[in-house]
Design a protein around this ligand. Structure first.
Ligand SMILES: Nc1ncnc2c1ncn2[C@@H]1O[C@H](COP(=O)(O)OP(=O)(O)OP(=O)(O)O)[C@@H](O)[C@H]1O
Ligand SMILES: [Mg+2]
Length: 436
């Protein structure tokens, strides 16, 4: 026997891609993101020991540190749409009877759902077709795009064949061109065959779903019981008799249960203080959050549920002030990149460092909300005023806007040396973006 040491920590490519994708959107939570990526790695694995959902992840940690955002980013990775997930917000299910919206009302009650009856009420939110809808929509969309590409290629092939026929009819045909066209036709046909094959395969592929139980501690215990059934059996009975299978689902549960406890253990104070977050080892903080979460879980949830959540708790860390600053920078750059440069109304936006810092400073003061206030401040101090400048006609597409500060205000300047661009061109760019 010749033994070669193997590395079981390596992830398959798609799981690694997911990790890289999440890392670009959610900062400073790498350890948590690794867990999410590992969950995807299970997907094609041949050896399973699970009966429940594809993955069950319990995201614990203080407010505004990326828990819900990670679920959105996972949906974006899988279906190119951050909203392609079913989100059940615990606070909307604080009354026991409200779970009827999830599994349907009992027969004979108002709101009862009858699958084969056209006039029936809306299906319950956790019905199989409802949780699978984002995946179906995605398959439909991608099949259409593949189909369109195929039409284009078939047209091109037809054109090449016509040209070949024409050439062959000539007395002294250009042999070099004939060979070139034959080669292109051969390659084109192989390509069209491949795409046809992929398109037909896609129809049958079973895709995943992302089901998020957000802020679970706010929900009634009836919802906790549903969750227990989903986690332990991987399926949930609807009141009309059918079962929804969660075996291809990422079930994500988020909670900042234990936040107070977490705050106390980390800072010795009553709120999560970001200043102290980086003075202790990250591992020790993770362990504290984990312990505080488990302790609170035992208070809130039935023991069977706690038992099943053990080992699935993914800790999201509090963010330090410097980390929040880096997130602010990332969000401003992303806004400039996604919404300004590539929009139907392109602008060149230069935000000087003092303006960035001022927007960031305005978002401070509420460490207990993590990165949440940042979004609000970027909107109120940058996006809203920019929209007003555009809608009031002061700024034309292609303009260069410089954002600066005067002591406590964010100010906007137009560089008059830069000529606005042709509006017809802008309209065309806009149409092109809209059609994608
Ligand atoms: N680590 C992070 N990296 C980048 N952005 C973040 C991060 N954490 C939070 N944000 C931003 O802050 C906002 C709130 O984050 P999110 O909704 O994920 O909070 P949460 O952890 O679910 O908090 P809560 O427990 O209050 O629901 C989002 O706009 C998100 O983009
Ligand atoms: Mg949240």
């Amino acid at each position: 026997m010749t033994l070669q040491r193997l590395d079981a920590s390596q992830r398959p490519t798609h799981a690694q891609q997911l990790f890289e994708f999440l890392k670009q959107r959610i900062y400073f939570q790498e350890r948590a993101l690794v867990e999410v990526a590992n969950a995807l790695a299970v997907k094609d694995a041949p050896f399973h020991v699970r009966n429940g959902p594809l993955a069950v992840l319990f995201f614990a940690g203080p407010s505004g540190v990326g828990k819900t955002e990670t679920a959105h980013a996972l949906a974006e990775f899988l279906f190119q749409d951050r909203n392609a997930c079913t989100i059940i917000n615990g606070s909307e299910y604080s009354q026991g009877h409200e779970i009827a919206r999830l599994i349907g009302a009992p027969p004979g009650y108002i709101g009862y759902y009858e699958p084969d009856d056209d006039k029936s009420n809306a299906p319950p939110l956790l019905e199989q077709n409802m949780i699978d809808k984002p995946a179906f929509d995605f398959i439909k969309k991608s099949t259409r795009i593949v189909g369109e590409k195929m039409d284009q290629d078939e047209e091109e092939l037809k054109r090449l064949k016509d040209e070949l026929a024409l050439l062959l009819r000539q007395e002294k045909p250009d042999m070099q061109r004939i060979e070139e066209i034959k080669r292109k036709i051969k390659e084109g046909e192989e390509y069209v065959n491949l795409i046809t094959h992929l398109a037909s395969q896609q129809e049958g592929i079973c895709h995943h779903s992302v089901v998020v139980f957000d802020e679970i501690e706010k929900a009634h215990e009836n919802l906790h019981r549903l969750l227990l059934q989903i986690i332990s059996e991987g399926r949930l009975g609807m009141s009309h008799g059918a079962y929804t299978s969660f075996s291809d689902s990422f079930v994500i549960i988020t909670s900042n249960i234990g936040s107070r406890e977490i705050a106390k253990t980390i800072t010795g104070e009553s709120v999560v203080g970001y200043k102290t977050a980086d003075t202790r080892s990250a591992h020790a903080i993770d362990q504290d959050i984990y312990n505080a979460t488990m302790k609170e879980l035992r208070r809130f949830f039935p023991p069977e549920l706690v038992g099943r959540l053990q080992g699935r708790v993914v800790v999201f860390r509090p963010l330090s002030e410097d980390q929040l600053r880096a997130i602010a920078e990332g969000k401003l750059n992303a806004f400039i990149g996604n919404n300004v440069v590539n929009s139907p109304f392109p602008l060149e936006l230069i935000i000087d460092d003092s303006a960035k810092e001022l927007i960031f400073q305005k978002s401070l003061g509420h460490p207990e909300y993590g990165a949440r206030p940042l979004e609000e401040k970027i909107r109120s101090h940058l996006i809203d005023p920019l929209n007003r400048l555009v809608t009031s006609g002061q700024v034309r597409p292609g303009a260069r806007i410089v954002v600066k500060t005067d002591s406590d205000d964010v100010l906007f300047f137009l560089d008059t040396e830069v000529q606005p661009i042709d509006e017809e061109l802008v309209r065309k760019i806009g149409e092109k973006i809209a059609s994608h």
